[in-house]
Design a protein around this ligand. Structure first.
Ligand code: Q9C
Ligand code: ZN
Length: 316
């Protein structure tokens, strides 16, 4: 398995977020990806490669040029150490732009597209260590720590001639990914996440959102109650995997968030570290070429072990 990694994400490291008018430490820290990367290297899992670079067209298919230009321009205007909390092209107001944000976000897309290229070349499994994450990013807006929608951009490339399923197991609903494919029948989006009545992104992720037009029936949401534990999660995951098996895609993209972990500092599920091996093993039963795309996960110290267990289940 190839692990795609770049140190450029460290250029994006805002010191704090502003949430309901209160300054808090920025939860989405560079240390998250670094912990996963170092742990897997130390365990000798996979072979690490650096991302290549790709045409901006891949991003322009998912994001409006005005939004891309805004992010590039405003990020480029900042000096090192300056922070911007944008007032538009944003769905919420607590993520921050710094001088390195645009470059890091572009590199995150390069990371996912390098993983996708491997899958198109016949690899069975690739792990894209994307940061910043992507699944909350919409056509014209950043949000939820996300700037460009890495998973959606990769799924769009993989779906040029084939059917693709996206399984989103981040704690939060992937509003950006859902929107991107809401009217398409060649890309199935299936998500397990916290009930949006209580948790971010609040506005989407309800079970009645099933797709529109040609896409009707190709968007499936499984909102789960707060404090969901291993057993209930597994039952729902099995349903989601049955949906995907029925759709029978050529490729699988997993939006892989580890913020479902019981001690995640900003989330509320109760999944335990050993359970991630079971999640991996269940996904493996689909037996599809699989692109793993890192999303959330804020219990920095546990992320290495969680990723390791997940991969153990997926590859054993
Ligand atoms: N003060 C991802 O997991 N909620 N984004 C903010 C913390 C953040 C999470 C509350 C939800 C966004 C990729
Ligand atoms: Zn999340």
């Amino acid at each position: 398995m190839k692990i795609v990694y770049s140190p450029k994400h460290k250029q994006h490291s805002p010191p704090f977020e502003i949430y309901d008018d209160v300054k808090e430490e920025y939860a989405e820290k560079p240390e998250g990806i670094e912990t996963i990367y170092n742990f897997l290297r130390q365990k000798g899992v996979g072979s690490v490669i650096s991302p290549g670079s790709f045409s901006m067209d891949n991003i322009r298919k998912l994001h409006h040029p005005a939004y891309i230009d805004f992010l590039k321009k405003r990020s480029g205007q900042l000096r090192k150490g300056e922070i911007l909390y944008p007032s538009y092209f944003i769905t919420d107001t607590y993520i921050a732009v710094t001088s390195g944000t645009y470059n890091a976000a572009i590199e995150s897309v390069n990371i996912v597209l390098t993983g996708a290229t491997g899958i198109l070349d016949g690899e069975k499994l690739a792990y894209s260590l994307c940061r910043p994450p992507g699944h909350h990013a919409e056509e014209r807006s950043m949000g939820g720590y996300c700037f460009f929608n890495n998973a959606a951009i990769a799924a769009n490339v993989l779906s040029k001639t084939e059917k693709v399923a996206i399984l989103d197991i981040d704690f939060h609903h992937g509003n950006g990914t859902q929107n991107a494919f809401y009217e398409r029948s060649d890309v199935l989006y299936v998500s397990l996440h916290a009930d949006p009545r209580f948790k971010y992104p609040y506005k989407t992720g309800f079970a009645e959102e099933k797709g529109k037009g040609k896409g009707l029936g190709f968007n499936i949401n499984y909102p789960l109650k707060l404090k969901t534990g291993n057993k209930e999660y597994l039952e729902t995951l099995k349903k989601a995997l049955r949906d995907i098996a029925e759709f029978n895609p050529k490729y699988l993209v997993v939006s892989l968030g580890f913020d479902t972990y019981e001690h995640d500092p900003i989330c509320d599920f109760k999944l335990t570290i050993p359970f991630y091996e079971e999640i991996g093993a269940e996904i493996k039963t689909l037996n599809k070429p699989t692109l793993l795309v890192h999303e959330g996960g804020y219990a920095v110290d546990a992320l290495g072990e969680i990723a390791y267990n997940f991969l153990k289940g997926l590859s054993s």
